[in-house]
Design a binder for this molecule. Structure first.
Ligand SMILES: Cc1cc2nc3c(=O)[nH]c(=O)nc-3n(C[C@H](O)[C@H](O)[C@H](O)COP(=O)(O)OP(=O)(O)OC[C@H]3O[C@@H](n4cnc5c(N)ncnc54)[C@H](O)[C@@H]3O)c2cc1C
Length: 538
Protein backbone atom coordinates (compact mmCIF):
# COMPACT_ATOMS: atom_id res chain seq x y z
CA UNK A 1 0.00 0.00 0.00
CA UNK A 2 1.25 3.48 -0.87
CA UNK A 3 0.03 6.78 0.50
CA UNK A 4 1.36 10.34 0.58
CA UNK A 5 0.69 10.60 4.33
CA UNK A 6 0.36 7.91 6.97
CA UNK A 7 -1.25 9.10 10.21
CA UNK A 8 -0.68 6.90 13.24
CA UNK A 9 -3.37 7.29 15.90
CA UNK A 10 -7.06 8.05 15.59
CA UNK A 11 -7.57 10.19 18.70
CA UNK A 12 -8.94 13.71 18.19
CA UNK A 13 -5.65 15.07 16.86
CA UNK A 14 -5.06 12.23 14.37
CA UNK A 15 -8.64 12.60 13.15
CA UNK A 16 -8.24 16.38 12.79
CA UNK A 17 -5.02 15.78 10.85
CA UNK A 18 -6.89 13.45 8.48
CA UNK A 19 -9.73 15.98 8.27
CA UNK A 20 -7.55 18.89 7.21
CA UNK A 21 -5.54 16.80 4.76
CA UNK A 22 -8.76 15.31 3.38
CA UNK A 23 -10.30 18.78 3.08
CA UNK A 24 -7.20 19.87 1.14
CA UNK A 25 -7.60 16.91 -1.21
CA UNK A 26 -4.51 15.07 0.07
CA UNK A 27 -4.93 11.28 0.21
CA UNK A 28 -3.94 9.77 3.53
CA UNK A 29 -4.24 6.60 5.58
CA UNK A 30 -4.95 6.69 9.31
CA UNK A 31 -4.28 3.63 11.44
CA UNK A 32 -5.69 3.29 14.94
CA UNK A 33 -4.93 0.27 17.08
CA UNK A 34 -8.23 0.30 19.01
CA UNK A 35 -11.74 0.05 17.59
CA UNK A 36 -12.10 3.80 18.19
CA UNK A 37 -14.80 3.55 20.87
CA UNK A 38 -14.35 5.96 23.77
CA UNK A 39 -15.45 4.70 27.19
CA UNK A 40 -13.39 7.20 29.15
CA UNK A 41 -13.79 10.61 27.50
CA UNK A 42 -10.89 12.88 28.37
CA UNK A 43 -11.20 16.22 26.53
CA UNK A 44 -14.53 18.00 26.64
CA UNK A 45 -13.70 21.65 25.96
CA UNK A 46 -13.37 22.64 22.32
CA UNK A 47 -11.78 26.07 22.34
CA UNK A 48 -12.62 28.99 20.06
CA UNK A 49 -9.76 28.46 17.58
CA UNK A 50 -10.67 24.80 17.13
CA UNK A 51 -14.27 25.87 16.49
CA UNK A 52 -12.97 28.31 13.87
CA UNK A 53 -11.35 25.32 12.13
CA UNK A 54 -14.66 23.45 12.40
CA UNK A 55 -16.31 26.48 10.79
CA UNK A 56 -13.78 26.31 7.95
CA UNK A 57 -14.65 22.64 7.48
CA UNK A 58 -18.40 23.36 7.66
CA UNK A 59 -19.07 21.12 10.66
CA UNK A 60 -20.00 23.59 13.42
CA UNK A 61 -23.56 22.27 13.60
CA UNK A 62 -22.30 18.71 13.91
CA UNK A 63 -20.36 19.76 17.00
CA UNK A 64 -23.34 21.65 18.44
CA UNK A 65 -25.65 18.70 17.84
CA UNK A 66 -23.15 16.02 18.90
CA UNK A 67 -24.94 15.17 22.13
CA UNK A 68 -23.96 17.49 24.98
CA UNK A 69 -26.98 18.97 26.79
CA UNK A 70 -26.80 22.53 25.50
CA UNK A 71 -28.95 23.82 28.34
CA UNK A 72 -26.74 22.50 31.12
CA UNK A 73 -25.20 25.25 33.30
CA UNK A 74 -21.47 25.71 32.78
CA UNK A 75 -20.58 27.26 36.14
CA UNK A 76 -17.46 26.23 37.99
CA UNK A 77 -18.00 25.97 41.74
CA UNK A 78 -15.85 25.10 44.77
CA UNK A 79 -17.56 23.28 47.58
CA UNK A 80 -16.85 21.21 50.67
CA UNK A 81 -19.30 18.62 49.29
CA UNK A 82 -22.47 18.81 47.21
CA UNK A 83 -24.40 18.57 50.46
CA UNK A 84 -21.95 20.75 52.34
CA UNK A 85 -21.00 24.37 51.77
CA UNK A 86 -20.40 26.33 48.61
CA UNK A 87 -17.24 28.40 48.88
CA UNK A 88 -17.42 30.24 45.59
CA UNK A 89 -18.55 30.04 41.99
CA UNK A 90 -17.66 31.43 38.57
CA UNK A 91 -20.91 31.57 36.61
CA UNK A 92 -21.01 30.81 32.88
CA UNK A 93 -23.96 30.60 30.50
CA UNK A 94 -25.12 27.28 29.06
CA UNK A 95 -23.70 26.35 25.64
CA UNK A 96 -27.00 27.45 24.04
CA UNK A 97 -26.89 30.89 25.68
CA UNK A 98 -23.18 31.61 25.39
CA UNK A 99 -22.25 34.18 22.73
CA UNK A 100 -19.03 34.28 20.71
CA UNK A 101 -16.43 36.78 21.91
CA UNK A 102 -16.24 39.94 19.76
CA UNK A 103 -12.96 38.69 18.25
CA UNK A 104 -14.49 35.57 16.67
CA UNK A 105 -17.53 34.36 14.78
CA UNK A 106 -17.38 31.20 16.94
CA UNK A 107 -17.55 30.42 20.60
CA UNK A 108 -16.08 27.60 22.59
CA UNK A 109 -18.17 24.41 22.70
CA UNK A 110 -18.56 21.70 25.29
CA UNK A 111 -18.18 18.46 23.36
CA UNK A 112 -16.54 15.54 25.17
CA UNK A 113 -14.32 13.16 23.28
CA UNK A 114 -16.99 10.44 22.97
CA UNK A 115 -19.03 13.00 20.98
CA UNK A 116 -16.20 14.96 19.33
CA UNK A 117 -14.18 12.04 17.93
CA UNK A 118 -17.23 10.72 16.01
CA UNK A 119 -17.83 14.21 14.56
CA UNK A 120 -14.23 14.38 13.32
CA UNK A 121 -14.47 10.78 12.04
CA UNK A 122 -17.72 11.55 10.19
CA UNK A 123 -15.99 14.45 8.44
CA UNK A 124 -13.15 12.11 7.40
CA UNK A 125 -15.75 9.77 5.92
CA UNK A 126 -16.84 12.47 3.49
CA UNK A 127 -13.48 12.17 1.69
CA UNK A 128 -13.02 9.08 -0.48
CA UNK A 129 -9.26 9.72 -0.48
CA UNK A 130 -9.03 9.38 3.34
CA UNK A 131 -8.77 5.79 4.59
CA UNK A 132 -9.22 4.96 8.26
CA UNK A 133 -8.19 1.53 9.50
CA UNK A 134 -9.22 0.66 13.03
CA UNK A 135 -7.77 -2.23 15.05
CA UNK A 136 -4.66 -1.66 12.99
CA UNK A 137 -1.41 -1.04 14.82
CA UNK A 138 1.88 0.38 13.63
CA UNK A 139 4.49 -2.06 14.89
CA UNK A 140 7.63 -0.78 13.23
CA UNK A 141 8.86 1.72 10.69
CA UNK A 142 11.97 2.78 8.85
CA UNK A 143 12.59 6.32 7.71
CA UNK A 144 14.53 6.79 4.50
CA UNK A 145 15.30 9.69 2.22
CA UNK A 146 12.10 9.43 0.18
CA UNK A 147 9.72 8.56 3.00
CA UNK A 148 8.77 5.95 5.54
CA UNK A 149 8.17 2.23 5.30
CA UNK A 150 5.75 1.18 8.00
CA UNK A 151 4.66 -2.27 9.11
CA UNK A 152 1.16 -2.49 10.52
CA UNK A 153 -0.86 -5.39 11.88
CA UNK A 154 -4.59 -5.63 11.33
CA UNK A 155 -5.81 -7.17 14.58
CA UNK A 156 -9.15 -8.20 13.04
CA UNK A 157 -7.66 -10.31 10.26
CA UNK A 158 -4.22 -10.87 11.77
CA UNK A 159 -2.77 -9.61 8.51
CA UNK A 160 0.64 -7.98 8.42
CA UNK A 161 0.87 -5.09 5.91
CA UNK A 162 3.54 -2.73 4.67
CA UNK A 163 2.61 0.88 4.02
CA UNK A 164 4.93 3.12 2.00
CA UNK A 165 4.34 6.78 2.82
CA UNK A 166 6.07 9.98 1.77
CA UNK A 167 5.44 11.34 5.29
CA UNK A 168 4.29 9.88 8.58
CA UNK A 169 2.48 11.88 11.24
CA UNK A 170 2.74 10.51 14.77
CA UNK A 171 -0.58 11.26 16.47
CA UNK A 172 -0.05 8.24 18.69
CA UNK A 173 -0.55 10.11 21.95
CA UNK A 174 1.46 10.09 25.15
CA UNK A 175 1.79 6.33 25.22
CA UNK A 176 2.68 5.78 21.55
CA UNK A 177 6.17 4.64 20.73
CA UNK A 178 7.11 6.69 17.67
CA UNK A 179 8.77 9.58 19.50
CA UNK A 180 10.95 7.20 21.46
CA UNK A 181 11.81 5.23 18.30
CA UNK A 182 13.03 8.48 16.77
CA UNK A 183 15.24 9.04 19.83
CA UNK A 184 13.49 12.29 20.75
CA UNK A 185 13.43 13.03 24.47
CA UNK A 186 10.84 14.80 26.57
CA UNK A 187 11.82 17.70 28.79
CA UNK A 188 9.96 18.82 31.88
CA UNK A 189 8.24 17.30 34.83
CA UNK A 190 7.20 13.65 34.33
CA UNK A 191 4.85 13.54 37.34
CA UNK A 192 2.68 16.36 38.60
CA UNK A 193 0.10 13.99 40.10
CA UNK A 194 -1.03 10.39 39.95
CA UNK A 195 -4.73 10.92 39.31
CA UNK A 196 -7.65 8.50 38.98
CA UNK A 197 -10.68 9.29 36.83
CA UNK A 198 -13.98 7.45 36.93
CA UNK A 199 -16.94 7.85 34.61
CA UNK A 200 -20.14 7.01 36.44
CA UNK A 201 -23.80 6.96 35.51
CA UNK A 202 -26.48 8.47 37.70
CA UNK A 203 -29.67 10.05 36.39
CA UNK A 204 -30.97 12.98 38.42
CA UNK A 205 -27.81 13.55 40.45
CA UNK A 206 -28.92 17.16 40.95
CA UNK A 207 -31.89 15.98 43.02
CA UNK A 208 -29.49 14.66 45.65
CA UNK A 209 -28.15 18.08 46.60
CA UNK A 210 -29.41 21.58 47.22
CA UNK A 211 -26.65 23.70 45.61
CA UNK A 212 -27.11 25.10 42.12
CA UNK A 213 -25.79 22.68 39.47
CA UNK A 214 -22.47 23.36 37.77
CA UNK A 215 -20.42 21.94 34.92
CA UNK A 216 -17.50 21.42 37.27
CA UNK A 217 -17.28 21.16 41.03
CA UNK A 218 -13.95 21.36 42.84
CA UNK A 219 -14.04 19.64 46.23
CA UNK A 220 -12.09 21.10 49.11
CA UNK A 221 -11.62 19.17 52.33
CA UNK A 222 -9.47 19.86 55.39
CA UNK A 223 -6.50 18.58 53.34
CA UNK A 224 -7.25 21.09 50.52
CA UNK A 225 -8.47 20.31 46.99
CA UNK A 226 -9.00 16.57 46.68
CA UNK A 227 -11.37 15.90 43.75
CA UNK A 228 -13.38 17.34 40.87
CA UNK A 229 -16.71 16.36 39.32
CA UNK A 230 -17.61 17.22 35.75
CA UNK A 231 -20.98 17.03 33.97
CA UNK A 232 -19.50 15.09 31.09
CA UNK A 233 -22.65 14.98 28.93
CA UNK A 234 -24.82 17.48 30.85
CA UNK A 235 -27.28 14.70 31.55
CA UNK A 236 -26.54 11.57 33.53
CA UNK A 237 -22.84 10.77 33.01
CA UNK A 238 -20.27 12.27 35.34
CA UNK A 239 -16.52 12.30 35.43
CA UNK A 240 -15.12 12.11 38.92
CA UNK A 241 -11.44 12.80 39.30
CA UNK A 242 -9.48 12.03 42.44
CA UNK A 243 -6.67 14.48 41.95
CA UNK A 244 -4.03 12.54 43.96
CA UNK A 245 -0.49 13.69 44.46
CA UNK A 246 3.09 12.85 43.47
CA UNK A 247 2.87 9.70 45.59
CA UNK A 248 1.58 6.74 43.64
CA UNK A 249 -1.36 5.05 45.34
CA UNK A 250 -3.32 2.39 43.44
CA UNK A 251 -7.06 2.74 44.01
CA UNK A 252 -9.76 0.09 43.62
CA UNK A 253 -13.42 0.55 42.76
CA UNK A 254 -14.35 0.62 46.47
CA UNK A 255 -11.95 3.54 47.09
CA UNK A 256 -13.42 5.45 44.15
CA UNK A 257 -17.01 4.77 45.25
CA UNK A 258 -16.25 5.96 48.77
CA UNK A 259 -14.62 9.13 47.41
CA UNK A 260 -17.60 9.84 45.14
CA UNK A 261 -19.98 9.52 48.11
CA UNK A 262 -17.72 11.75 50.19
CA UNK A 263 -17.85 14.41 47.47
CA UNK A 264 -21.59 14.18 46.95
CA UNK A 265 -22.07 14.07 50.70
CA UNK A 266 -24.55 11.18 50.91
CA UNK A 267 -24.89 7.51 50.03
CA UNK A 268 -26.62 6.92 46.71
CA UNK A 269 -26.86 4.44 43.84
CA UNK A 270 -24.63 4.92 40.83
CA UNK A 271 -22.88 2.76 38.27
CA UNK A 272 -19.16 3.12 37.63
CA UNK A 273 -18.63 2.68 33.89
CA UNK A 274 -14.88 2.95 33.66
CA UNK A 275 -11.88 3.81 35.79
CA UNK A 276 -8.70 5.34 34.38
CA UNK A 277 -5.60 5.85 36.49
CA UNK A 278 -3.34 8.34 34.72
CA UNK A 279 -0.28 10.46 35.31
CA UNK A 280 -0.49 14.20 34.95
CA UNK A 281 2.65 15.56 33.34
CA UNK A 282 4.33 18.77 32.21
CA UNK A 283 6.43 17.60 29.28
CA UNK A 284 7.43 18.73 25.83
CA UNK A 285 9.39 16.89 23.16
CA UNK A 286 12.83 18.33 22.45
CA UNK A 287 12.07 18.12 18.73
CA UNK A 288 8.90 17.87 16.72
CA UNK A 289 10.13 15.16 14.38
CA UNK A 290 12.57 14.32 11.65
CA UNK A 291 12.53 15.18 7.93
CA UNK A 292 9.83 12.57 7.20
CA UNK A 293 8.11 11.97 10.56
CA UNK A 294 6.28 14.61 12.58
CA UNK A 295 5.03 14.55 16.15
CA UNK A 296 1.60 16.12 16.55
CA UNK A 297 -0.61 16.28 19.66
CA UNK A 298 0.10 14.39 22.87
CA UNK A 299 3.03 12.60 21.23
CA UNK A 300 4.77 16.00 21.29
CA UNK A 301 3.54 17.36 24.62
CA UNK A 302 1.76 16.14 27.70
CA UNK A 303 0.05 18.62 29.91
CA UNK A 304 -2.32 18.90 32.81
CA UNK A 305 -5.95 19.15 31.63
CA UNK A 306 -6.40 22.26 33.81
CA UNK A 307 -7.36 24.78 31.14
CA UNK A 308 -8.41 22.32 28.43
CA UNK A 309 -5.37 23.07 26.28
CA UNK A 310 -4.13 19.58 25.28
CA UNK A 311 -6.21 18.60 22.30
CA UNK A 312 -6.74 22.19 21.22
CA UNK A 313 -2.97 22.70 21.04
CA UNK A 314 -2.64 19.45 19.10
CA UNK A 315 -5.29 20.45 16.56
CA UNK A 316 -3.53 23.78 15.98
CA UNK A 317 -0.41 21.75 15.22
CA UNK A 318 -2.31 19.58 12.74
CA UNK A 319 -3.53 22.73 10.97
CA UNK A 320 -0.01 24.20 10.87
CA UNK A 321 1.41 20.99 9.40
CA UNK A 322 -1.33 20.04 6.94
CA UNK A 323 -0.89 22.90 4.48
CA UNK A 324 2.88 22.50 4.60
CA UNK A 325 2.56 18.81 3.71
CA UNK A 326 0.16 19.78 0.95
CA UNK A 327 2.68 22.29 -0.38
CA UNK A 328 5.55 19.81 -0.36
CA UNK A 329 3.50 17.07 -1.96
CA UNK A 330 2.19 19.44 -4.62
CA UNK A 331 5.73 20.65 -5.32
CA UNK A 332 5.38 24.36 -4.52
CA UNK A 333 6.61 24.14 -0.94
CA UNK A 334 10.29 24.86 -0.41
CA UNK A 335 12.91 22.94 1.57
CA UNK A 336 12.45 25.05 4.72
CA UNK A 337 8.69 24.70 4.90
CA UNK A 338 8.44 21.52 6.96
CA UNK A 339 11.20 22.48 9.39
CA UNK A 340 9.20 25.63 10.19
CA UNK A 341 6.60 23.35 11.82
CA UNK A 342 8.75 22.84 14.92
CA UNK A 343 9.96 26.45 14.94
CA UNK A 344 6.40 27.76 14.87
CA UNK A 345 4.63 25.28 17.10
CA UNK A 346 7.04 24.14 19.81
CA UNK A 347 7.15 27.52 21.63
CA UNK A 348 3.33 27.62 21.68
CA UNK A 349 3.17 24.13 23.18
CA UNK A 350 5.79 25.10 25.79
CA UNK A 351 3.71 28.13 26.78
CA UNK A 352 0.53 26.04 27.06
CA UNK A 353 2.21 23.15 28.91
CA UNK A 354 3.51 25.54 31.57
CA UNK A 355 0.29 27.51 31.81
CA UNK A 356 -1.61 24.25 32.38
CA UNK A 357 0.80 23.24 35.16
CA UNK A 358 0.42 26.67 36.75
CA UNK A 359 -3.36 26.26 36.60
CA UNK A 360 -2.98 22.99 38.48
CA UNK A 361 -0.81 24.68 41.09
CA UNK A 362 -3.52 27.31 41.52
CA UNK A 363 -6.19 24.62 41.95
CA UNK A 364 -4.03 22.85 44.50
CA UNK A 365 -2.97 26.05 46.29
CA UNK A 366 -5.51 25.13 48.99
CA UNK A 367 -3.21 22.23 49.93
CA UNK A 368 -0.25 24.45 50.72
CA UNK A 369 -2.29 26.99 52.64
CA UNK A 370 -4.73 24.59 54.29
CA UNK A 371 -8.29 25.90 54.52
CA UNK A 372 -9.16 27.19 58.00
CA UNK A 373 -11.20 24.53 59.91
CA UNK A 374 -14.04 27.05 60.37
CA UNK A 375 -15.08 26.75 56.72
CA UNK A 376 -16.46 23.29 57.51
CA UNK A 377 -18.51 24.52 60.51
CA UNK A 378 -22.07 25.89 60.54
CA UNK A 379 -22.92 29.33 61.82
CA UNK A 380 -21.87 32.93 61.33
CA UNK A 381 -18.17 32.37 62.03
CA UNK A 382 -18.19 29.59 59.43
CA UNK A 383 -19.98 31.84 56.92
CA UNK A 384 -17.39 34.57 57.43
CA UNK A 385 -14.47 32.14 57.02
CA UNK A 386 -16.07 30.66 53.89
CA UNK A 387 -16.49 34.12 52.41
CA UNK A 388 -12.84 35.03 52.92
CA UNK A 389 -11.52 31.67 51.71
CA UNK A 390 -14.01 31.51 48.81
CA UNK A 391 -13.25 34.99 47.50
CA UNK A 392 -9.53 34.30 47.51
CA UNK A 393 -9.93 30.94 45.77
CA UNK A 394 -12.33 32.43 43.20
CA UNK A 395 -9.82 35.14 42.36
CA UNK A 396 -6.99 32.58 42.16
CA UNK A 397 -8.91 30.32 39.78
CA UNK A 398 -10.02 33.04 37.39
CA UNK A 399 -6.89 32.72 35.25
CA UNK A 400 -7.92 29.18 34.28
CA UNK A 401 -11.44 30.16 33.21
CA UNK A 402 -10.64 33.15 30.98
CA UNK A 403 -8.07 32.15 28.38
CA UNK A 404 -8.90 33.88 25.11
CA UNK A 405 -5.27 34.98 24.84
CA UNK A 406 -4.11 31.35 25.00
CA UNK A 407 -6.81 30.26 22.56
CA UNK A 408 -6.37 32.92 19.87
CA UNK A 409 -3.32 35.00 20.73
CA UNK A 410 -0.60 32.54 19.77
CA UNK A 411 1.84 33.88 17.23
CA UNK A 412 4.75 32.48 15.24
CA UNK A 413 7.45 34.93 16.30
CA UNK A 414 10.77 34.38 14.54
CA UNK A 415 9.43 31.91 11.98
CA UNK A 416 11.70 31.75 8.92
CA UNK A 417 8.71 31.66 6.56
CA UNK A 418 7.23 34.95 7.73
CA UNK A 419 8.22 38.47 6.81
CA UNK A 420 8.20 40.67 9.94
CA UNK A 421 7.01 44.23 9.52
CA UNK A 422 9.10 45.73 12.29
CA UNK A 423 6.20 46.33 14.66
CA UNK A 424 6.44 45.24 18.29
CA UNK A 425 4.47 42.19 19.40
CA UNK A 426 1.46 42.80 21.63
CA UNK A 427 1.70 41.22 25.11
CA UNK A 428 1.08 37.47 25.12
CA UNK A 429 -1.41 37.47 27.96
CA UNK A 430 -3.42 34.28 28.71
CA UNK A 431 -6.68 36.14 29.34
CA UNK A 432 -6.52 38.96 26.83
CA UNK A 433 -6.56 38.70 23.08
CA UNK A 434 -6.11 41.83 21.01
CA UNK A 435 -6.63 41.17 17.31
CA UNK A 436 -3.74 42.13 15.08
CA UNK A 437 -2.70 41.41 11.50
CA UNK A 438 0.96 41.58 12.43
CA UNK A 439 2.81 38.81 10.52
CA UNK A 440 2.71 35.55 12.45
CA UNK A 441 -0.64 36.20 14.12
CA UNK A 442 -4.06 34.76 13.36
CA UNK A 443 -5.62 37.01 10.72
CA UNK A 444 -8.34 39.00 12.53
CA UNK A 445 -12.06 38.35 12.38
CA UNK A 446 -14.43 41.04 11.15
CA UNK A 447 -17.98 40.45 9.96
CA UNK A 448 -18.10 41.54 6.32
CA UNK A 449 -21.83 40.82 6.11
CA UNK A 450 -24.25 39.12 8.51
CA UNK A 451 -22.82 35.66 9.21
CA UNK A 452 -19.84 36.20 6.89
CA UNK A 453 -16.47 36.62 8.55
CA UNK A 454 -13.10 37.54 7.11
CA UNK A 455 -12.08 34.11 8.45
CA UNK A 456 -14.36 32.55 5.83
CA UNK A 457 -11.98 33.83 3.15
CA UNK A 458 -9.05 31.74 4.40
CA UNK A 459 -8.06 28.12 4.21
CA UNK A 460 -7.47 27.09 0.62
CA UNK A 461 -4.21 28.48 -0.70
CA UNK A 462 -2.85 31.92 0.15
CA UNK A 463 -5.22 34.88 0.17
CA UNK A 464 -4.01 38.35 -0.70
CA UNK A 465 -6.33 40.92 0.85
CA UNK A 466 -6.48 44.29 -0.85
CA UNK A 467 -8.10 46.67 1.59
CA UNK A 468 -9.80 49.99 1.01
CA UNK A 469 -11.58 51.84 -1.78
CA UNK A 470 -8.54 52.24 -4.02
CA UNK A 471 -6.25 49.37 -3.12
CA UNK A 472 -2.71 49.17 -4.53
CA UNK A 473 -1.99 47.11 -7.58
CA UNK A 474 -0.77 43.70 -6.45
CA UNK A 475 -0.42 42.02 -9.81
CA UNK A 476 3.36 41.56 -9.33
CA UNK A 477 2.73 39.42 -6.24
CA UNK A 478 -0.01 37.45 -8.00
CA UNK A 479 2.30 36.84 -10.96
CA UNK A 480 5.16 35.83 -8.64
CA UNK A 481 2.93 33.28 -6.92
CA UNK A 482 1.75 31.91 -10.25
CA UNK A 483 5.31 31.56 -11.47
CA UNK A 484 6.10 29.33 -8.46
CA UNK A 485 2.87 27.32 -8.70
CA UNK A 486 1.56 28.78 -5.42
CA UNK A 487 -2.22 29.02 -5.20
CA UNK A 488 -2.97 32.66 -4.36
CA UNK A 489 -6.36 34.32 -4.50
CA UNK A 490 -6.75 38.08 -4.46
CA UNK A 491 -9.64 39.38 -2.38
CA UNK A 492 -10.79 42.99 -2.27
CA UNK A 493 -12.26 44.09 1.04
CA UNK A 494 -14.00 47.40 1.56
CA UNK A 495 -14.84 47.49 5.24
CA UNK A 496 -13.77 50.15 7.70
CA UNK A 497 -13.44 47.75 10.65
CA UNK A 498 -11.25 45.41 8.59
CA UNK A 499 -9.12 48.30 7.30
CA UNK A 500 -8.55 49.49 10.88
CA UNK A 501 -7.67 46.05 12.19
CA UNK A 502 -5.49 44.89 9.31
CA UNK A 503 -3.65 48.29 9.33
CA UNK A 504 -2.08 47.83 5.87
CA UNK A 505 -3.58 47.91 2.41
CA UNK A 506 -2.14 44.56 1.35
CA UNK A 507 -2.15 41.54 3.66
CA UNK A 508 -1.02 38.07 2.65
CA UNK A 509 -2.74 35.32 4.64
CA UNK A 510 -1.42 31.75 4.66
CA UNK A 511 -3.56 28.67 4.12
CA UNK A 512 -3.76 28.14 7.89
CA UNK A 513 -5.21 31.62 8.45
CA UNK A 514 -2.06 33.29 9.80
CA UNK A 515 -0.64 36.47 8.32
CA UNK A 516 2.57 35.91 6.34
CA UNK A 517 3.29 39.44 5.16
CA UNK A 518 1.67 42.88 5.05
CA UNK A 519 2.49 46.21 3.51
CA UNK A 520 1.06 49.20 1.68
CA UNK A 521 2.60 48.25 -1.64
CA UNK A 522 4.13 45.22 -3.25
CA UNK A 523 7.89 45.18 -2.56
CA UNK A 524 10.22 45.40 -5.54
CA UNK A 525 11.23 41.80 -4.93
CA UNK A 526 7.78 40.22 -5.16
CA UNK A 527 9.32 36.86 -5.98
CA UNK A 528 11.40 37.10 -2.79
CA UNK A 529 8.19 37.48 -0.75
CA UNK A 530 6.64 34.41 -2.35
CA UNK A 531 9.81 32.35 -1.98
CA UNK A 532 10.07 33.25 1.68
CA UNK A 533 6.49 32.35 2.58
CA UNK A 534 6.63 29.06 0.67
CA UNK A 535 9.78 28.08 2.55
CA UNK A 536 12.13 28.31 -0.40
CA UNK A 537 14.47 31.04 0.77
CA UNK A 538 14.56 30.88 4.54
C1 LIG B 1 -9.22 14.30 32.26
C2 LIG B 1 -8.74 14.97 31.01
C3 LIG B 1 -9.47 16.03 30.49
C4 LIG B 1 -9.02 16.68 29.36
N1 LIG B 1 -9.74 17.74 28.87
C5 LIG B 1 -9.31 18.40 27.78
C6 LIG B 1 -10.08 19.45 27.23
O1 LIG B 1 -11.14 19.80 27.75
N2 LIG B 1 -9.61 20.06 26.09
C7 LIG B 1 -8.43 19.67 25.51
O2 LIG B 1 -8.04 20.27 24.50
N3 LIG B 1 -7.71 18.64 25.98
C8 LIG B 1 -8.12 18.00 27.10
N4 LIG B 1 -7.41 16.94 27.57
C9 LIG B 1 -6.23 16.47 26.83
C10 LIG B 1 -6.69 15.69 25.61
O3 LIG B 1 -7.55 14.64 25.97
C11 LIG B 1 -5.47 15.16 24.86
O4 LIG B 1 -4.59 16.24 24.65
C12 LIG B 1 -5.91 14.59 23.52
O5 LIG B 1 -6.70 13.45 23.70
C13 LIG B 1 -4.68 14.23 22.70
O6 LIG B 1 -5.11 13.73 21.50
P1 LIG B 1 -4.14 12.86 20.59
O7 LIG B 1 -4.98 12.47 19.43
O8 LIG B 1 -2.87 13.58 20.39
O9 LIG B 1 -3.78 11.60 21.50
P2 LIG B 1 -4.70 10.45 22.04
O10 LIG B 1 -6.08 10.97 22.29
O11 LIG B 1 -3.99 9.83 23.17
O12 LIG B 1 -4.80 9.44 20.83
C14 LIG B 1 -3.70 8.66 20.44
C15 LIG B 1 -4.23 7.46 19.69
O13 LIG B 1 -3.16 6.76 19.09
C16 LIG B 1 -3.43 5.38 19.16
N5 LIG B 1 -2.15 4.67 19.00
C17 LIG B 1 -1.07 4.70 19.82
N6 LIG B 1 -0.06 3.93 19.33
C18 LIG B 1 -0.51 3.41 18.16
C19 LIG B 1 0.06 2.55 17.20
N7 LIG B 1 1.30 2.06 17.33
N8 LIG B 1 -0.67 2.20 16.12
C20 LIG B 1 -1.93 2.68 15.96
N9 LIG B 1 -2.54 3.50 16.86
C21 LIG B 1 -1.84 3.87 17.94
C22 LIG B 1 -4.08 5.22 20.52
O14 LIG B 1 -4.84 4.03 20.59
C23 LIG B 1 -4.94 6.47 20.60
O15 LIG B 1 -6.24 6.27 20.13
C24 LIG B 1 -7.84 16.26 28.72
C25 LIG B 1 -7.11 15.18 29.22
C26 LIG B 1 -7.55 14.54 30.36
C27 LIG B 1 -6.75 13.40 30.91
Amino acid sequence: MKTPVLIVGGGPVGLAMADDLGWRGIPCVLVEKTDGRITQPRMDMVHVRTMEFCRRWGIVEWVEDAGYNRDYPQDNAWVTSLNGYELGREPFPSPREEKPPPQSPQKRERCPQNFFDPVLARFCESFPHVTRRYRTELVEFTEHEAGVTARVIDHTTGRDDTIEAAYMVACDGAGGGIRERLGIKLTGNPVLTYTTNAIFHRAGLEALYRLAPAYRFIFIGPEGTFATLVAIDGRDHWRFSLVGSRDYRPLGEADISAAIERAVGCRFDFEIISIMPWTRRELIADHYGTPRVFLVGDSAHQLSPTGGFGMNTGIQEAIDLAWKLEARLAGWGGEALLSSYEIERRPIAARNVHEAADNLARMLSSREHRPPPEIFLPGAAGDAARRVFGERFTATMRREWFTLGIQLGYRYEGSPILIPDGTAPPPDDPATYVQTARPGHRAPHVFLAPGRSTLDLYGRGFVLLRLGRTPPDASALVAAAASRGVALRQCDVMNEAAEALYERRLVLVRPDGHVAWRGDRVPDDALGVIDRVRGASA
